[in-house]
Design a protein around this ligand. Structure first.
Ligand SMILES: *Cc1c(COP(=O)(O)O)cnc(C)c1O
Length: 399
């Protein structure tokens, strides 16, 4: 349609959105369809080599009912704060919980050590503090070393290796630290190597995983110790925008199978977005419809305060449209070009920019897809003092 900006295809799982009984109670809010998460995990298990553990990085979506549902289906949870640690320990045995992230405070280190969770150490200073706290408690700490790799995940949306970094310890300094941890009597759990996020290119992920295994093997040899576990990170992306093709996880799994034999250890991968992102839809109701200088604006009852990422303000440079629909008119053809904006007093609050949609008016519900990761908890909910966003976990075959 003339002047419209593109958006990607509506996910087939949500083609029947208009039939859902709770559509009217859910706005403004997120609905997560757990059937999608379940099938994601099954597909991943089938694609990965036998024995590779699957961890869920809970910061992608820590909604408690979702966390409780996902915990029995994965082998571990990765957390990044004492708050997340507490949530994870409610649904997973401590030995299967690991805690990464820079700037862990002493009370956070203590909480993890007391519980028996694994700390992924981000610096030598953090290692010193963890050893001291464990000494005071009289507990053997479970300590892994997060490595700042000397390569990056090519084509990843968020690069986390190959440069100076607040995350992890530069690879050259890792062997000395491992020797020191072992000498201090810690239970050294191995390596954590996370090279980037939101990669859609299987060859880039394959390359990063091979480099990760090779780096772990080299560091193990230099340290003179075999790591009990190598956490290969994740970085699996999901399609958001027109032209994005889904990651070929079967190709990734097949290639990984050829690498694992290079080091005799256990392996894990940790994923957030890929497991939950496409399971979520954000729903907001049209409060006002107005025209300004020939453009139509649909003003809905939630915006960047609920869904910062969809407005292009969370880790994106160019604002592009998420996949969007009028929820009660899923089957209808586009009739007009509109912008969907939230209720906040800032031009940043734009959920969809000049998209072609069926005609929608006051009371209609706008759906934004691929909203299950980095949504509610990654948005500035206090900004402008609007009510908090709702969240619903559903598992409906109707979807
Ligand atoms: C954020 C994070 C993840 C999850 O990243 P996704 O892109 O959501 O899969 C995994 N591991 C670590 C260390 C992280 O910080």
């Amino acid at each position: 349609m003339n002047g419209a900006k593109p958006f990607g295809p509506i996910p087939p799982e949500f083609a029947g959105l208009d039939a859902l009984p709770w559509l009217d109670e859910a706005t403004p809010g997120y609905v997560y369809d757990f059937a999608v998460v379940r099938s994601r995990i099954a597909r991943l298990r089938a694609a990965l080599p036998v024995g590779v553990a699957v961890h869920y990085a809970i910061k992608a979506n820590p909604f408690p009912p979702l966390l409780a549902a996902i915990a029995p289906l994965v082998d571990g949870l990765d957390v990044a704060s004492a708050g997340e640690l507490e949530r994870a320990l409610g649904v997973m045995a401590a030995q299967d919980v690991s805690f990464a992230g820079p700037g862990k405070r002493d009370f956070e280190l203590e909480a993890a050590i007391r519980a028996g969770a694994t700390l992924n150490l981000e610096s030598e200073g953090e290692a010193d503090r963890a050893l001291r706290i464990a000494g005071v408690l009289g507990v053997t700490p479970r300590l892994a070393v997060r490595v700042n790799p000397d390569f990056e995940l090519r084509g990843s949306g968020m690069k986390m290796g190959g440069r100076a970094s607040p995350f992890g310890i530069d690879a050259v300094r890792v062997p000395a630290l491992v020797r020191r941890l072992i000498a201090a009597g810690a239970d050294w759990r191995g390596f954590h190597i996370f090279a980037g996020s939101q990669a859609l290119d299987a060859s880039a992920v394959i390359e990063a995983q091979a480099a990760t295994v090779a780096l772990a093997a080299r560091l193990a040899e230099e340290a003179g110790a075999v790591p009990p576990l190598v956490n290969l990170g994740g970085g699996f992306g999901i399609p958001y925008f027109p032209g994005d093709a889904p990651l070929d996880v079967e190709a990734v799994g097949a290639a990984l199978g050829g690498e694992l034999g290079k080091l005799d250890t256990h392996y894990a991968i940790e994923l957030g977005r890929w497991l939950v992102g496409e399971a979520g839809v954000y729903l907001a109701r049209v409060v006002d419809r107005k025209e300004s200088r020939g453009e139509i604006f649909l003003i809905v009852d939630g915006g960047l305060n609920h869904h910062l990422a969809a407005t292009g303000n969370f880790g994106t440079v160019v604002k592009r449209n998420y996949r969007v629909a009028v929820a009660h008119r899923m089957q209808d053809a586009a009739e007009e070009v509109v912008s969907v904006v939230g209720p906040l007093c800032t031009p940043l609050d734009r959920l969809a920019d000049r998209v072609a949609l069926p005609r929608a008016g006051v009371g209609d519900v706008i759906a934004i897809f691929a909203s299950g990761a980095y949504g509610a908890t990654a948005s500035p909910s206090a900004f402008l003092g609007h009510p908090p966003v709702r969240e619903i976990l559903a598992e409906t075959q109707a979807l």
